[in-house]
Ligand binder design. Sequence first.
Ligand code: ZN
Length: 482
Amino acid sequence: MPQQLFNTLTSRKEILTPLAPGKLGIYVCGPTVYDLSHIGHARAYVAFDTVVRFLRRNHHVTFVRNYTDVDDKIIKRAAELGESPEILSERFIHEFKEDMRALHVLPADVEPKVTEHIPEIVALIQKLIVQEVAYVSGGDVYYAVERFARYGSLAKRSFADMEAGARIEISEQKRNPLDFALWKAAKPGEIFWDSPWGQGRPGWHIECSAMSSKYLGETFDLHGGGKDLIFPHHENEIAQSEAASHKTFARYWMHNGFVNIDNEKMSKSLGNFFTIRDVLKQFDPQTLRFYLLTTHYRSPINFSDAALQEAENRLQYMYETLQRLEEAIKAFGHQGSTAGVLRQSLEIVERFEAAMQDDFNTPKVLADLAELFKLINETLAVPKDPDTDARTLRAVAQGIAEIATVLGILNEPATLVLQRLLARQAVQKGVDTAEVERLIASRQRARADRDFKEADRVRDLLAQMHIVLKDGPDGTTWDVKR
Ligand SMILES: [Zn+2]
């Protein structure tokens, strides 16, 4: 089945046909690094990381994701903190990378920074001035939107809509209120670079046009970002790039949906604004990524404590199943065959591919996985089933691992994640884990001494602390009663 995706440019699902067979150039707008990333960022970067991971199975992908490391917000925040914009942005690039690592978002192939591409940006602005789609006004340079006939074609808005709908900076320097800055003159004391129009810095939109063409060419396959970037940012990228090159800019545009909190739009002014760090204080990074994938990337996603808690319970169940599967593989011999399970697992991989080829339908993939995990538990519940053998179970485990590699979840050692979840739950319930370990050890000793009365007494003591013991072949593990 060919890869299909919803193209914002045409408002319909299309078959993804690469410009060069087997290759894909992908650009996603990166963060403006003046603060910690919020869960809107988590959503966008997890969505496109999953898309890129899947497309890499069949294509040679060049993935570019930039850093906006100079901008009004960075300059303002740096001034407030009394530090240089360079130091501030470096710090938040570091913090961003840490968040992405926690969420298993892989680095892009190229991660260009604006401050390292000023010559390319100046050259592109020059080109636009020469073609008379941009003009110098004061020390600024503006893009003249009326000179680009297709302006508004991505957002599907007329000039009147755009003027009415957008928060437009009114400036006497501009000919049309919709004109946007390509270059901004530096105010006294601000960071600047020399240019033919005086000392200043690039506007926001021009950087993505300059950096994408440098690394992917003037025409490339796929451009992504959040829905909030469609207008004006992506509209402006198209206007700049296509006016300069007279070629199609990005051939496909993908946009992820908004993030709501308790069914309200997330915003700083509403006081319901969450950074990735805020969520990770309460929930495991794997839970956050798993939760993000339960909603289709184009739909709005609603965050609530209850929804995240449910996601964490489901994640725990899946890792417990994986652990059970691993143990069974170790324990079972080679007799018999569970052809049914094997067939099902192969079918699951096929269904996974089909769901992802249909505009990256991760909720469908997760529903299919839930079905498979149920089947695994049912199969393993039959003790020493002569029809179950290690080879079949290994094939099932391999199928799951293949899917996990793309989803970026269920790809950590199960014991490690389960320990992490357990420790977190214990802390939340006020359980002293050292005390629990000590009591378990004393129960083990009592059992070894055949002092079953004492062993039972300790077990009851632990039960009062909401600790459930599980005695297995490799010793005793414990869980907090949920
Ligand atoms: Zn951009």
